[in-house]
Design a protein around this ligand. Structure first.
Ligand SMILES: *[C@@H]1O[C@H](CO)[C@@H](O)[C@H](O)[C@H]1NC(C)=O
Ligand SMILES: *[C@@H]1O[C@H](CO)[C@@H](O)[C@H](O)[C@H]1NC(C)=O
Ligand SMILES: *[C@@H]1O[C@H](CO)[C@@H](O)[C@H](O)[C@H]1NC(C)=O
Ligand SMILES: *[C@@H]1O[C@H](CO)[C@@H](O)[C@H](O)[C@H]1NC(C)=O
Length: 443
């Protein structure tokens, strides 16, 4: 019935084209069922007059939970799916509550829920209640082994489906913060690889580690890497994909490290690099003394000034934006002046808030962390500053559909992400940073 309704809402011609192209594919190779969705959370009040057609992160999580048949494995920074009285949640946390309820019911449905969460947890209200309902929760204390935290946001369902993206397991991440993620269904090889990254956290959480194991067991070795990407079909379009993780100290054999995958995507770009990150800082943020960390910054300068690639950076403005970020960004912008005239532009994205919304702590911000080029898409979970790549645990997914045949009615993931980026870039919430803008974020 549901699919029948979907068919009715589909323009008939594109439906016919899709059926015909499926039939043609059928003859050459077995039909691939892997579906991928670029998903996002759009804060209440944003794009009100033109609601984005994309699936929301809340719906993608609920759908994954609905499909779960045997296991759900979640790696998370923290859990606050329900507002506390001081959060001014009201009914604003309805979606978070719904996700929480579905998680809580998994055990009764015979689905095993495993949660690897950063330690120490600020609040154990959600994880405690989930554990009481049958979930197995392991706290992972990376502080003692790498000096970082678990900042990952990763779901693996039945070792067949996965979600990765910027959204925390937080009610605000579903309705009050702008987030971008990817959900992939019926894609066992990628999901099994994600499960191996989860497995590292799980094993670190199993015992009181004060040091890392001398080696990681082979069952956690990477199934994909930049040299050996998985060859898949996503929504029918051939794709090469791999997962990367940070920090390198917790990478099992063969695992690409997150920074290298970002650099390789930058270095591979021919025409454009669009980056949407909350924070961009060529610094070590959490180690003393603070030091300059030019890895990504240098790669962007090289792309724009020696290869003529158009670089656009969309960063966030809110009360927690580090002032030094804008100084570094202005130093990039200077390169766009003659005689160099490198193609670099920077825009600042501000999520508007009502007086009431302003009171919600740590919300109303663009928290997305992804990069799209004319050649690939990178979707990650990390702020772009040193400690996220050297100490803090995060994951990235690289999808490359360059050169793939795209049938009528099909779209690559990278062109979907390009559309999403350009919508935000040219929206009323985004404004150009200028070289002499001293306080772009004064609100
Ligand atoms: C769901 O799991 C049960 C047993 O755990 C299995 O018999 C059944 O085939 C599974 N269904 C699907 C659709 O995977
Ligand atoms: C780990 O260490 C903490 C604090 O030292 C202790 O409370 C806890 O019981 C230990 N857990 C295990 C599994 O040994
Ligand atoms: C994308 O795939 C093409 C073709 O295989 C390859 O040349 C390129 O290096 C890949 N790019 C990235 C960023 O992985
Ligand atoms: C990521 O950056 C933001 C802005 O500086 C900060 O509020 C947030 O705490 C950072 N995340 C972590 C886990 O440090």
């Amino acid at each position: 019935m549901l699919s029948y309704l979907n068919i009715l809402s589909f323009p008939l011609t594109s439906l016919l084209v899709e059926i015909l192209s499926e039939l043609k594919l059928e003859k050459r190779e077995p039909r691939s069922l892997s579906r991928v969705h670029l998903v996002e959370s759009v804060p209440v009040g944003l794009y009100e007059s033109s609601p984005p057609p994309r699936r929301s992160i809340a719906d993608s999580w609920l759908r994954l939970l609905q499909r779960a048949n045997s296991s759900v494995d979640i790696a998370a920074f923290y859990f606050t799916l329900r507002a506390s009285d001081t959060d001014l949640g009201g009914s604003a946390d309805a979606q978070g509550r719904e996700v929480f309820q579905q998680l809580k019911q998994l055990h009764a449905r015979g689905v095993k829920l495993q949660i690897a969460v950063n330690s120490p947890q600020k609040s154990i209200r959600d994880t405690g209640e989930l554990a009481a309902a049958g979930a197995e929760v392991r706290e992972v204390d990376l502080q003692v082994v790498t000096g970082g935290i678990v900042h990952t946001k990763l779901w693996v369902v039945d070792q067949k489906h996965l979600y990765v993206g910027s959204a925390n397991m937080d009610w605000r991440s579903l309705t009050e913060v702008k987030e971008v993620g990817v959900s992939v269904e019926d894609c066992s090889c990628l999901a099994q690889d994600a499960f191996r990254i989860f497995g590292v956290y799980w094993s670190l959480g199993g015992v009181n580690h004060t040091s890392l194991p001398p080696y990681w067991p082979a069952r956690l070795s990477a199934l994909s890497s930049s040299q050996n990407p998985l060859r898949l079909k996503l929504n029918g379009v051939p794709a090469r994909a791999y997962l990367s993780s940070s920090p390198p100290q917790i990478s099992a054999r063969g695992r690409a490290d997150d920074l290298s995958s970002i650099l390789s995507v930058i270095d591979d770009a021919h025409n454009f690099i669009y980056i949407s990150v909350m924070d961009y800082l060529p610094l070590s943020q959490y180690t003393q003394p603070v030091r300059f960390w030019p890895a990504i910054d240098s790669a962007l300068r090289a792309a724009a000034c020696t290869r003529g690639v158009h670089v656009r950076l969309l960063v966030s403005c809110w009360e927690h934006s580090p002032g030094s970020m804008f100084t570094f960004l202005r130093s990039l912008l200077v390169l766009s002046s003659p005689p160099l005239s490198c193609h670099i532009s920077v825009n600042v994205f501000t999520v508007p808030s009502t007086a009431e919304q302003k009171k919600i702590p740590y919300a109303r911000v663009n928290h997305a962390k992804y990069m799209v080029t004319d050649r690939a898409l990178y979707i990650g979970t990390s702020n772009w500053s040193e400690n996220y790549f050297t100490q803090t645990a995060g994951v990235g997914l690289v999808v490359n559909q360059t050169g793939s045949a795209v049938g009528p009615g099909q779209q690559t993931l990278q062109s979907q992400a390009e559309d999403l980026f350009l919508r935000d870039w040219s929206s009323p919430y985004s404004s150009p940073l200028s070289v002499d803008d001293q306080h772009p974020c004064a609100q």
